[in-house]
Design a protein around this ligand. Structure first.
Ligand SMILES: Cc1ncc(COP(=O)(O)O)c(C=O)c1O
Length: 363
C-alpha cells in the first residue's frame, strides 16, 4: 500500500531533537514516572509483563468511560496512541471509492490514510476570518449524502480553536440528516482554556459519532503510547477485529500508568493549566508587540497557527531560523498551510525563543 510521506512527523524527526528551543512541540512537559506515581505511592516493579487485557483492562476502560457522559465499556477500545486509533477507524470503515470530507488543517493521517485506501478525499479548509471554526453552511455544501465520513479535530491542532458545544451539536444534527459518520479526533480534549476544559464529545451525542482520545496531550504522557476509540458497539467490534492484526494489546505498563494518571487527572490538569496559562500569556504579550505576525489567539489545545509577514516559504523560514537561532518551529506547509508557522505555546523557554524569532523576523 502506497501512502504519502507524513510531512509533520518527517519534519519533527529531522529537526526537533537538534533544537535549542523546541516550539514544534504539541505536548505539555511530559511527566516522569516518579512525578506520576510518587504522590500516590505506587510501585510498578511487580507487575507481570504479560500481554494484559487484550482490548484494555476493565480498570482503564472504566477510567476512560468517566471522561464521557454516555459510554459503556463495550463502546471503548484501547489503542496504540490516538495515531493507532485514527488508523483503525479508517481501516474499519472505509473502502475504495468512499467519499471522505476532512476539515483541514488537521493531522495528516485524516486525509492521507483515506487517500491511500482509495477513498475520494475532499478537503474543507478552515478560515482565519471565522476564527478557524467551520462554517456549517459552507461545510455542508461539501458534505453531501454521498459522503460516508466527515473528519474533524477538536480542539484543533494547529490553530488551537475550540468548537463551542452548540456548534458540535449542530454539526452532529446535520450529519445525521445526511447519514454521515463523524470521526472527531479529540486528542486535545480537556485542554479548553475557557469554560469547561472538556468539550462535548461527538460519541456522546451522535450514534454515528466516533471519538478518539489520547494520554499524550491532556495528561502529558506521550511516552505511554496510549489512546482509545469510543464509538457504538458494532463499530468497536469491527475495530477490534482489525486491531488483532496490528496491536494485540497495548503495553501492560501503558495500560496501568494510564489508569493511575486518569484516576489522578485533577492533579495533572492543575499542573498543566498553570503551564498553559503562563504559556498563553507569554504568547499573547509577544503577539501584541510583534508587528511581523498575525494570529487568532487559541482558546484550547497547545498550539497556535501564526501568519508571518516575510516573503519566504515556511520550510525555508523554519530551516533558516533554526540554523541561526536554534529555535524550531513547524512550517505551515507540512499542514497544508503555507505562509504560516505553528508555535507550541506550552514549550519550555517560550519567551526567549519568541524573542529570537522576533529578531530573526526583523533581520
Ligand atoms: C490531532 C492529533 N491526533 C493524533 C495525534 C497522535 O497522538 P498520539 O500521541 O496519541 O498517538 C496527534 C499528535 O500530535 C495529534 O496532534
Amino acid at each position: 500500500m502506497k501512502i504519502s510521506p507524513f510531512k509533520v512527523e518527517e519534519w519533527m524527526n529531522r529537526y526537533e531533537s537538534g533544537a535549542l528551543y523546541d516550539l514544534t512541540t504539541t505536548c505539555i512537559k511530559p511527566l516522569t514516572i516518579n512525578e506520576l506515581c510518587g504522590h500516590v505511592g505506587i510501585n510498578a516493579f511487580d507487575i507481570p509483563l504479560t500481554y494484559g487485557d487484550i482490548t484494555g483492562s476493565e480498570r482503564l476502560k472504566n477510567n476512560i468511560k468517566s471522561l464521557y457522559s454516555n459510554q459503556e465499556l463495550n463502546n471503548i477500545t484501547v489503542t496504540h496512541g490516538a495515531i493507532g486509533a485514527n488508523q483503525l477507524v479508517y481501516y474499519s470503515l472505509l473502502e475504495k471509492g468512499d467519499e471522505v470530507v476532512c476539515v483541514v488543517p488537521a493531522y495528516q493521517q485524516h486525509y492521507s490514510i483515506p487517500d491511500s485506501i482509495g477513498a475520494d478525499v475532499k478537503m474543507y479548509f478552515l478560515k482565519e476570518k471565522n476564527n478557524w471554526l467551520p462554517d456549517l453552511e459552507e461545510l455542508f455544501t461539501v458534505v453531501t449524502s454521498k459522503t460516508k465520513l466527515l473528519c474533524i479535530n477538536n480542539p484543533n491542532n494547529p490553530t488551537g480553536s475550540v468548537m463551542p458545544n452548540w456548534l458540535i451539536e449542530e454539526l452532529a444534527e446535520r450529519a445525521k440528516q445526511k447519514n454521515v459518520w463523524i470521526l472527531s479526533d479529540e486528542a486535545y480534549r480537556g485542554l479548553n482554556m475557557i469554560g469547561n476544559p472538556y468539550s462535548q464529545s461527538i460519541a456522546d451525542i451522535y450514534s454515528k459519532g466516533i471519538s478518539v482520545g489520547s494520554m499524550s496531550k491532556t495528561y502529558s504522557l506521550p511516552g505511554l503510547r496510549l489512546g482509545w476509540v469510543c464509538a457504538r458497539e458494532d463499530l468497536i467490534n469491527e475495530i477490534n477485529h482489525q486491531r488483532q492484526y496490528n496491536t494485540i494489546s497495548v503495553g501492560v505498563l501503558d495500560d496501568y500508568f494510564a489508569s493511575v494518571a486518569l484516576e489522578n487527572r485533577n492533579l495533572i490538569q492543575e499542573r498543566n493549566f498553570k503551564i498553559m496559562q503562563s504559556g498563553i500569556k507569554t504568547f499573547t504579550d509577544w503577539l501584541t508587540k510583534e508587528d511581523n505576525v498575525e494570529c487568532v489567539i487559541p482558546n484550547g489545545g497547545t498550539t497556535a497557527l501564526v501568519k508571518y509577514k516575510k516573503d519566504m516559504l515556511s520550510r525555508e523560514l523554519c530551516r533558516r531560523l533554526q540554523n541561526r537561532t536554534g529555535v524550531a518551529l513547524l512550517p505551515g506547509e507540512t499542514m497544508e498551510m503555507e505562509g504560516y508557522v505553528r508555535i507550541g505555546f506550552c514549550a519550555v523557554a517560550l519567551e526567549q525563543a519568541l524573542g529570537l524569532f522576533s529578531e530573526f523576523l526583523r533581520s
